[in-house]
Design a protein around this ligand. Structure first.
Ligand SMILES: *Cc1c(COP(=O)(O)O)cnc(C)c1O
Length: 377
């Protein structure tokens, strides 16, 4: 029996959580263009355009700059699978959830993980970072530049300098910084940086931009064992996207169109103007939060511009506040998890979501939801 299926009607949300963020209409239009085959010369033109624009957003001259199929975690897995060889010592800076995920992946790929641990929301100082690396002498160092579980930004210059002194390559998770904050891969000295499409870049989830330095490629070429994840093998992927353009998998032309358009929007805005927009909207949000009598979880100067973590006031149930925002205003924000469960809100102002109007809207609706849940300042 044929069925009548009603048209799909997704609710209209204002996405102000830790990702996905809002998608500009131009990107939706690009996503609806006709696809081409995965070996069509047109697809490779788009791939090349994406490479060039990603280099600009990442702040790198690395020729090895691509977007792999899959979400941000596939970028993480590609980084770990290719650069952690069984037996490698992997030094992880751990102060939030995503460094735990990197540690877990590194172990699964045969790495021996040593961790410098701190409380969720803290960051690592230059001297202690250097000491840790020079003491442990790892082959791989990993840190999270923008820790979405806590709202903290980790500077990387001292980490990268010490890692290079110790002969290690550095993996940096730039998932929540790319497109919203300076990532500066080359200036910082990051060897492998990966991100996603759905946070600062303003595209739906589906791809993971990744860039690899020439020195990291040397390590990759010197591997004694094959990369355990065939799908994430960067040399095979390079032979598809670059070089011989040999079939590896059926890349989604649609996702490449969307990413290309999102990056074109960034190029037109100017990457520095975009950072400044994120910074200004973050600062406006923080002053509004403080005027409400709330405090920020992360120390000033270490806060992400893309993801804010105000503390949940004493006696307020954060789940009920979030439910009100979603049900009464169609606004998605997130709560804390792990050690920060019930303690912080996670409010994203990233990509197309980072606007003055959205700052005003979230401050206003958050205030009314907090009051409705018994908050008295
Ligand atoms: C979102 C995020 C990821 C994972 O990305 P997915 O697209 O959800 O797979 C990894 N690291 C950080 C810091 C993130 O914020």
């Amino acid at each position: 029996m044929p069925e009548t299926i009603p048209p799909l009607r997704p609710p209209e949300r204002l996405l102000l959580g830790p990702g996905p963020s809002m998608v500009p209409p131009r990107v939706y239009e690009a996503l609806s263009k006709p696809i081409v085959g995965h070996l069509d010369p047109f697809l490779f033109e788009v791939v090349e355009e994406v490479r060039r624009l990603l280099q600009m957003v990442f702040g790198t001259a690395n020729p090895f700059t691509i977007a792999v199929s899959g979400t941000g975690s596939s970028g993480m897995e590609a980084a770990v699978a290719n650069f952690v060889e069984p037996g490698d010592k992997v030094a992880v800076f751990a102060a939030g959830y995503f460094c735990d995920r990197i540690s877990e992946m590194a172990q699964r790929h045969g790495g021996s993980v040593v961790r410098f641990e701190k409380g969720w929301g803290e960051t690592f100082g230059d001297d202690e970072a250097r000491e840790f690396i020079l003491r442990e002498k790892p082959q791989v160092v990993a840190y999270v530049q923008a820790e979405t579980s806590t709202g903290a930004f980790q500077p990387g210059k001292a980490i990268c300098d010490a890692a290079h002194q110790a002969g290690a390559v550095v993996i940096a998770d730039c998932v929540t910084s790319l497109g919203g904050m300076p990532v500066k891969v080359d200036e910082t000295g990051i060897d492998i940086a990966y991100s996603c499409t759905q946070k600062g870049l303003g595209c739906p989830p589906g791809m993971a931009p990744i860039t690899v330095s020439p020195r990291a490629l040397e390590k990759l070429n010197a591997r004694k064992t094959p990369v355990q994840a065939w799908y994430m093998d960067l040399k095979l992927l390079d032979a598809y996207y670059n070089g011989p353009r040999r079939y590896h998998h059926t890349a989604s032309a649609t996702m490449f169109y969307g990413l290309r358009e999102a990056l074109a929007i960034i190029a037109e805005e100017g990457i520095e103007n975009r950072w400044e927009r994120h910074r200004a909207n973050h600062l406006a949000f923080v002053s509004g939060i403080q005027a409400l009598g709330l405090r920020m979880h992360v120390a000033e100067g270490r806060r992400l511009w893309t993801l804010n973590t105000p503390k949940v006031p004493e006696g307020v149930d954060d789940g009920k506040v979030r439910k009100r925002l979603l049900e009464e205003h169609g606004i998605e924000i997130a709560g804390g998890f792990g050690p920060l469960a019930g303690k912080v809100f996670r409010i994203g102002l990233m990509g197309h979501s980072s606007t003055q109007a959205n700052v005003a809207r979230i401050l206003e609706t958050l205030e009314s939801a907090l009051k409705a849940e018994g908050y008295r300042r």
